[in-house]
Ligand binder design. Structure first.
Ligand code: SF4
Length: 184
């Protein structure tokens, strides 16, 4: 099987498991009468038939063991450079390990991230699992580079949209779920 990966658009989740995913320009699918689908959209306060880019963002989390590599932070810094995180959006960037943190700081990536208005944090799980008080407030929408978007994963009532580091950075700047290709 051959997959033309360069023909794929950035993907984001719209529901409450990692498989409920849609292209960033495509409308959220209609799951019909499937009760689990309806429950997921109700929890997420997401409408079928509209692209995810219509959803305002409250929190952006870049990190986790899944997307906290040096290359992820480099991508985020590339997009954030010379930009500002949108008013009202809280953005955390959390390296996946102390080694990654040291490497990123040696390259000056932390300064780019802080200059854009994001928080540069100690390595750890952080908002992937609502660790150490790093939680998304009730009902708020988070674009997160972590790996799970189950109900309450990032805090009670938190609404999690899984995305790539590039999509997360673009969303922080735009203040809504955003296509990172506009920052190419
Ligand atoms: S909580 Fe998240 S970042 Fe921490 S080990 Fe589990 S999946 Fe990885």
């Amino acid at each position: 099987m051959t997959i033309a990966a360069d023909a794929l658009q950035p993907m984001v989740t719209f529901g409450t498991n990692p498989g409920m995913v849609v292209g960033i320009s495509d409308p959220v699918p209609d799951g019909g009468d499937d009760p689990s689908f309806r429950k997921a959209l109700s929890y997420m306060q997401i409408e079928s038939g509209k692209p995810m880019t219509e959803n305002p963002v409250d929190v952006v989390f870049v990190g986790s063991c899944t997307n906290g590599r040096l290359s992820d932070i480099e991508e985020v810094a590339r997009i954030l450079k010379g930009q500002k995180v949108a008013d009202g959006v809280r953005m955390l960037v959390v390296p996946g390990s102390q080694q990654v943190k040291n490497q990123a700081e040696a390259k000056g990536l932390d300064r780019i991230i802080v200059a854009a208005g994001a928080e540069w944090r100690e390595a750890g799980c952080s908002m992937c699992i609502g660790m150490n008080g790093d939680t998304v407030p009730q009902g708020k929408l988070s674009v997160s580079t972590s790996n799970r978007n189950f109900e309450g994963r990032q805090g009670t009532g938190a609404r999690t949209v899984l995305a790539s580091p590039a999509t997360a950075a673009a969303s922080a700047i735009r203040g809504r779920v955003a296509d990172p290709r506009t920052f190419a």
